[in-house]
Write a protein that binds this ligand. Structure first.
Ligand code: ATP
Length: 248
């Protein structure tokens, strides 16, 4: 038994554990109530995908790692669900790729921003951006547009896990390569991303870190080849096909 009070042999153990982390995130003031709804949607898609990393998602994770490694100024965007579900995994990916961490919330409050930044620091983060809010994403209303000028505001590659469609679209309009993690291959976020990663955040982040470590010695040409070999349309189609025909 763990602190969730569900036996590890329970067939839905993993899923219940993640649900519990989100509940705890809400209680700690890290995750918003809307985060509970996002979690529910994610669970449904993960169930349909067989709760596994399908081969096209693994290819996307490798391409994402290559993008982050060859970037001049990569940034990982962190929201309340990401902080509750995978703080350590996020910090590890940042360390493996040299990316900055920036808290970026749909429903921004200073208190929640600070709690998430503290939570990331407790899990090993050194610098956490997002609180300066001295930059703007064009095309969004005031609160949702706020970013740090030296973070997402000037990033060449941004990883946005579980981003809402509006913001994903606005970011894509900027001169930024966007990597999105979203279990719904039909979501606007996945559809606007340069690299859509249709996988659970909890599996995607450690797998990206593993790919980043294995690509650490690669030269520019090798990284370019990994990036170019990835076909976003094919990956989205493969994810949809996996949902429709889980046995494949
Ligand atoms: P759209 O991009 O179509 O506008 P939306 O803004 O309505 O979508 P939200 O309601 O913000 O999307 O939902 C968040 C998205 O995050 C959902 O598509 C859900 O599948 C996805 N999601 C939730 N939890 C996870 C997770 N752990 N890993 C990956 N994706 C997740």
């Amino acid at each position: 038994m763990s602190d969730v009070d569900v036996p590890e042999s329970h067939p839905r153990y993993e899923s219940l554990l993640l649900r519990h982390r989100i509940e705890e995130g809400v209680e700690a003031g890290i995750t918003s109530k809307q985060g509970l709804i996002a979690q529910g949607r994610g669970e449904a898609y993960d169930y349909l995908l067989g709760e596994r990393t399908i081969p096209s998602a693994d290819a996307a994770e490798r391409a994402a790692a290559a993008h982050l490694l060859r970037a001049d100024h990569p940034v990982l965007s962190v929201n309340g669900n990401v902080a509750a579900l995978a703080p350590e995994e996020t910090v590890e990916l940042a360390a493996a790729t040299g990316a900055a961490l920036e808290v970026n919330l749909f429903n921004r409050t200073e208190a929640r921003m600070e709690r998430i930044a503290d939570h990331l620091r407790e899990h090993g983060a050194e610098e956490v951006l997002g609180l300066a809010a001295d930059g703007r994403i064009p095309g969004l209303d005031h609160e949702r547009a706020k970013v740090d000028a030296d973070g997402i505001g000037s990033a060449d590659v941004v990883l946005v896990p579980l981003e809402d469609g509006d913001r994903a679209e606005a970011l894509a309009e900027m001169d930024t390569t966007e990597i999105v993690i979203d279990l719904n291959p039909l979501s606007r976020s996945a559809r606007t991303a340069t690299v859509p990663v249709v996988d659970n955040l909890i599996r995607a982040l450690p797998n990206m870190t593993e790919h980043a470590r294995s690509l650490a010695g690669a030269d520019e040409a090798e990284l370019d080849a990994v990036v170019e070999a990835f076909d976003r349309e094919a990956a989205l189609e493969a994810a949809e096909a996996a949902i429709r025909s889980p046995e494949e």
